[in-house]
Design a protein around this ligand. Structure first.
Ligand code: TNX
Length: 510
């Protein structure tokens, strides 16, 4: 299981046979989702929202009669009395797997789905593939009986904000790729997919009040054909994510990383001349000008439309790496962008540089670059009510090379092997920061060097599992030796799902 749960009680060696599973959930949507999750690992599943109407498997391959009455019931129930003793965590859940049946209890639906994910990880994918003699690569095997360990899990996450930030600008990843990433983050029980939608190279989201921005969508690092999400794509993506309890946080990066916009709107530049399209990987050169009369209307249009289109609470307004602007002007951008986000009823998120501006209580700052000289500023921002999302480059940047020889990735924050993304403590990243100011943890994957889904996933896996465990599991529950064994145990399931992963020598994959 990744991330490792708070409490795991497993009677030594007791196995539970699951000839078939009959899912009974509080509502049809959850029942269907649970059934989809479990049939994907080869379980024969019937499901319904009440025991009486347990229905045929979605693909029609199995029917209730086919289970011959021998199906083990998996009951999902909303129940306050769930989770670790004394926990009032909204995401807490209890999972009990015993010969007589399986039950999941949670006060909220999200906890029930967490329990389903935990159960899914208990189903041994590789062995069943071998038993059924299926083709390699089809390790889940044909639907059929499965055996799982008897277990009682009481679980709840350490942090509420557990996420991944995903750059779809430097290389374009389309709706299907983004959905695959939603599936991946959901499998690790993460709740946030932060999409970096605008940058120097491209603009990846339709802004209805600024349709011309589409002209900046067909470009990426190294040139070539790229694209963008329409309003409808974005709506559908949010719905897909929401069904999995993942919130999309859109990022409009300003006042730097803005060349895609200045390429379209010459009026945003100092001399009124549109900039050239950019397909390199330098950072820090592009910028807006606060006193330019075209600037505030642009910010209002983009942030307004994004806020209206976004179901979640947050809009990320960037703020990173503006290397050509004085702090005073930068601070005015932070104030204005934060204010516009709030006017639309959302909470602003900035990269850590947002601490250089006036910080309103509740503002989220995303730490990324170890800059000791800024720590006092971060601590002051926390005192003023800011909260921090921890994405330290040397641990959580999943676009860093694993090793110097690694073919993909960058290395400005060093090399990030699996253990580097596992062995770190979010409350110790910024010295002097009160532990209570840590809102959560986010991995980040920038795509300057990543252009295919397999390349992307080979950077995310297995390291995102490590980041997820840092975000979920209390320090006392973490253990590197256990983690690396559990990574190896999940690998067959990743293979089955078509998720590429890097076979780091830090794990024994055999
Ligand atoms: C720094 S992280 C950036 C990105 C790059 C990334 C590459 C951050 C807030 N800015 O623009 O893509 O490094 O690792």
């Amino acid at each position: 299981m990744i991330p490792w749960p708070t409490v795991v009680e497993a009677p030594e060696g007791v196995q539970v046979d699951l000839p078939a599973v009959r899912v009974v959930a509080p509502d049809d949507e959850l029942a269907a989702l649970a059934a989809e999750q479990l049939s994907a690992v080869g379980l024969v599943v019937a499901y319904g929202s009440q025991d009486a109407d347990v229905a045929v498997n979605a693909d029609g391959a199995v029917n209730t009669d086919g289970t011959d009455g021998s199906a083990v019931v998996f009951a999902l129930r909303i129940d306050e009395a769930a989770g670790p003793a004394g926990s009032d965590n909204a995401e807490r859940y209890t999972l009990r797997v015993a010969a007589g049946g399986i039950e999941a209890l949670a006060p909220e639906r999200v906890g029930l789905l967490h329990a389903v994910r935990t159960l899914r990880q208990l189903v041994p994918v590789s062995e069943t593939g071998a038993e059924t003699g299926d083709e390699p690569g089809d390790a889940a095997g044909a639907p059929g009986p499965r055996t799982v360990p008897a277990v009682v899990v009481h679980d709840a996450p350490r942090y509420r904000w557990r996420g991944l930030s995903f750059d779809v600008v430097r290389h374009w990843f389309d709706r299907d790729d983004i959905r695959a990433v939603v599936d991946l983050v959901a499998a690790f029980k993460l709740r946030v997919l932060h999409l970096h939608l605008t940058d120097d190279q491209g603009w990846r989201i339709e802004i209805p009040s600024r349709p011309e921005l589409e002209k900046a969508s067909d470009n990426q690092v190294g040139g070539g054909t790229a694209g963008f999400l329409t309003v409808d794509d974005y709506r559908e993506l949010q719905a897909y994510a929401a069904a999995r309890f993942v919130t999309i946080v859109p990022e409009f990066d300003m006042p730097g990383h803005i060349n895609a916009a200045t390429h379209v709107y010459g009026a945003l530049t100092k001399d009124g001349v549109a900039t050239d399209a950019y397909d390199g990987i330098e950072v820090g050169f592009s910028r807006l000008w606060f006193d330019n009369p075209a600037t505030e209307p642009f910010l209002r249009d983009v942030i307004g439309d994004l806020a209206r289109m976004t179901d979640g609470e947050w809009v990320h307004v960037g703020g990173d790496e503006v290397h050509t602007m004085e702090y005073d002007e930068f601070a005015r951008f932070v104030e204005l962008a934060g204010r516009i986000v709030r006017e639309h009823g959302k909470t602003p998120v900035f990269w850590q540089e947002g601490a250089r501006g006036p910080v309103e209580p509740g503002t989220l700052l995303q730490y990324w670059e170890p800059k000791g000289e800024e720590f006092d500023r971060f601590v002051a921002a926390a005192r003023a009510g800011a909260r921090f999302i921890m994405s330290p480059g040397n641990h959580a940047y999943l676009d860093m090379k694993y090793t110097p020889e690694h073919a993909l990735g960058l290395a400005w924050a060093g090399h990030v092997e699996l253990r580097d993304s596992y062995d770190w403590e979010p409350t110790e990243v910024i010295s002097g920061l009160p532990a209570g100011a840590v809102e959560g943890v986010e991995g980040a994957v920038w795509t300057e060097t990543l252009s295919t889904r397999d390349e992307l996933f080979s950077m995310l896996l297995p390291r995102l599992g490590a980041v997820a465990e840092v975000a979920w599991t209390a320090p006392s529950g973490k253990d590197w030796e256990s983690f690396r064994a559990r990574v190896s145990a999940q690998a067959p399931a990743w293979r089955t799902r078509g998720w590429a992963f890097h076979q780091t020598p830090q794990v024994d994959w055999s």
